[in-house]
Design a protein around this ligand. Sequence first.
Ligand SMILES: Cc1ncc(COP(=O)(O)O)c(C=O)c1O
Length: 502
Amino acid sequence: MARRPSPAISLPRPDPGAGAPLYLQVVSAIEHAIQDGRLQLGQRLPAERRLAVELGVSRTTATNAYRELEARGLVRGHVGRGTTVLADSMGTHGSAIPWQQRASRVTVDVAGVMTMVQAPNSQRISFAQGWPDRSLQPHDLLDRAWRTIMDDGPRYLYGPAAPEGDLTLREALTVWLRGRGLSIRPDQCLITTGAQAGLNVVARAFVSHGQVVLTETPTWMGAILAFRWAGADVIGIPMDRDGIQLDPLEDALARYRPSLLYLMPSFQHPAGTVLSRERRRQVLEMTTRFRVPVLESDLYGDLHFEAPAPPPLKALDALESVIYQGSFSKIGAPGVRVGWLVAPTTALPILQAAKVVADVCTATGPQQLVARALDAPAFDLHLARLRRGCRERRDALVAALRRFCPMVDFNIPGGGYYLWVRLPAGLTAGQLLPVARERGVDLRPGPQFVPDGGGHNYVRLCFASVPTRDIEPGVRRLGEALRQLMRPLTAAVSRGSAEPLV
Ligand SMILES: Cc1ncc(COP(=O)(O)O)c(C=O)c1O
């Protein structure tokens, strides 16, 4: 930023009889000068000593005023170079560009997106993350796999990887996915840098600006963002306890002729629903009739606690209209950043091109790691342990909610990571979250999962990421927050308000 010399600026002298401390009067005089453009971005302010003399105040008052302005982000002091203005009348802070105002449509909710990747905080209990608790991740198995990679002489890790992905991993996936009822060849797979990157690859490959993408509602917020990032209008199709509803789906397919239907048939995120075998067949019949491609997300398909989910749509895909998606993040460890797509042969070159533009290739090391992990006989044991761990956490969460939050409503999922919880009537996630946060418990607000507005009276709780011992204390805090908010509601009703209660 260019620094301009300090011209004489005329600021009113502080008035000792005005009541406000002198240094704050200096602060507001400088603030006004910035707002009305008399002081501009990059302009140098007088040295403290000179400011003190010009305004007839002590040096300490001038120093305190500059400190306060610095704390407010309006100026910055440099030893030997004096103090410069960091803001302007446009509300720009510290930069020639008003970055916040220039944010694109999808990245505007910075805070919402960044909470997706927040590090755990030992003081808080967070049901807001979508990752497996550390104790459910196969760290020993992964350590052993890394060691075998190093023992084999890992020089090949340093060269560029094939854009479609490491052959060893694609071969391992053909074996692994047999467990999900898929019979595929390695050349049908494309490795992605996690499933989120895979969503962006599919969106860039097959969604054009202004087109419509259909999703279940609610659905994974990262998918909504990825499709919007590609310029799509995302339209949600209602679900019932058994997943996406067929009549609204058929209407939307006919009306919008969408570029894609994004679907999670097994242990849907966040609703936990499982699409029956029959509905899977009907969805595929419908989308094929309308010639609409399906992106089938199966990240949670293996994580059943009771009955396994039926085989994926991809297993029924005789006419090659389904792209199937999986990830190591939910069955292994999220930091490894490896996911996969299984796609029709003619779709693959387009997906591959989009992947190259996005990130050239996924790093070889993590791909080798996942290949060796999936091949290891101990991985099945890990998966069984993960299912047991998730089930134990689900049961603890359900029991705690019944005990401490009997006013909320939810379906009990037979697998996956999440509970989709309806709040008592009249209460919104926007009201609940700050109060819960103050009590040290974090959740995710429903509207983030609803593409076209709504979801205000829902919150999502992830049970997989929370150590079992923290679940009950976390839900107790949630119950306190709910009761605190419901007191005024109860009072309003007893005074005859029309607001419905639970
Ligand atoms: C359905 C779905 N897709 C994609 C992702 C992102 O996964 P990854 O860590 O593999 O990028 C998530 C994470 O919660 C998810 O639930």
